[in-house]
Design a protein around this ligand. Structure first.
Ligand code: SAM
Length: 296
């Protein structure tokens, strides 16, 4: 950074860079060969949320449904949902991400529609189209205008359609480091937070440098934005354990699940560990109106 001249954050450029890099090499997060060979990276919380919202088990409720995967990046979960029988549209503001997503979908033998759009300003052509709008892990803290985001979700849902958001819990996004414990991101308040760095959450050594802006939103602010967009809140959950690393500082414990424990546990009994903190937030909401018996 040059002296006295702060760099201007450019989130779009950042995501174009990351979309070009992810899944291309030494990347412990985006294992595309696993997806191409029929595997999935969709976490247990995300699958449970979709089952809760759409009915059925193991994504069976998606069969024949129109799904929008908002801020889809390389569309890994979109491909899993297409394999479950959904007609899926991946939406992202990164054209590179969408091109890579289309290539991946072709390699997987599934069809994926794509729409290049800012999720704060979704195109009118998508209005009332989807039975499910799905967004997961690393979505909401890129958004400065939550009201516009939620209004767009509500607008592109068909009457009675469901919104599923499974995202990093705002408590988790506060953590800069665990040892020493540094909380360097606000819990909420939507104030712009500009920071610079190198690498990506998928590969810390990646040859990319960036300056980005992100926006803290508390659980209350997220819920109020859902309600402000005239959606009904159907389900809210905060979980202290995830099956995916979330690219964060969480530790994979002996049961194969990631947690962050803060505190001392029991001095008397070393088997009594410190309590884990919330890592994921799940929100399910319903658009107003009668659901149609078959996909619109
Ligand atoms: C952390 S990634 C999502 C990762 C995804 N859950 C996955 O499993 O790969 C965030 C995505 O949000 C997209 N994005 C960020 N801000 C956006 C905006 N305002 N409108 C549309 N897409 C946006 C980025 O291009 C990126 O693909």
């Amino acid at each position: 950074m040059s002296s006295g001249t702060p760099e201007i954050p450019d989130n779009h450029h950042h995501w174009e860079q990351l979309a070009a890099f992810h899944g291309t090499g030494d990347d412990d997060f985006y294992d595309l060969s696993e997806i191409i060979s029929g595997g999935t990276r969709m976490g247990a919380a995300e699958r449970a949320a979709v089952d809760r919202a759409m009915g059925g088990e193991n994504l069976s409720g998606l069969s024949g449904q129109r799904v929008a995967h908002l801020q889809c990046h390389l569309a890994l979960d979109a491909i899993t949902m297409a394999r479950a029988g959904a007609e899926v549209t991946g939406i992202d503001f990164s054209s590179t991400a969408l091109r890579r997503a289309e290539e991946l979908a072709r390699a997987c033998g599934v069809h994926l529609h794509t729409v290049e759009a800012d999720s704060r300003n979704l195109p009118e052509s998508l209005n009332n189209r989807f039975n499910l709008v799905y967004a997961s892990i690393g979505v909401i803290y890129w958004i400065d205008d939550l009201a516009a985001f939620m209004a767009g979700v509500e607008r592109i849902l068909a009457p009675g359609g469901r919104f599923v958001l499974v995202d990093l819990h705002p408590m988790l996004t506060m953590i800069g480091s665990l040892d020493p414990l540094v909380l360097d991101f606000p819990y909420g308040g939507n104030k712009q937070f500009v920071y610079s760095g190198t690498g990506t959450y998928a590969n810390r050594d990646a040859d990319v440098t960036w300056t980005v802006a992100s926006y803290p939103h508390s659980v209350a602010e997220i819920v109020m934005a859902v309600l402000g967009a005239s959606m009904q809140l159907s389900f809210l959950d905060e979980t202290c354990a995830t099956t995916t690393s979330t690219g964060s500082v969480a530790t994979k414990e002996s049961d194969g699940v990631y947690r962050i424990r803060l505190g001392r546990g029991s001095a008397q009994d070393p088997d009594v560990l410190a309590e884990p903190i919330p890592l994921l937030l799940t929100v399910i909401a319903t658009a107003n109106g009668e659901a149609s018996p078959t996909p619109a």
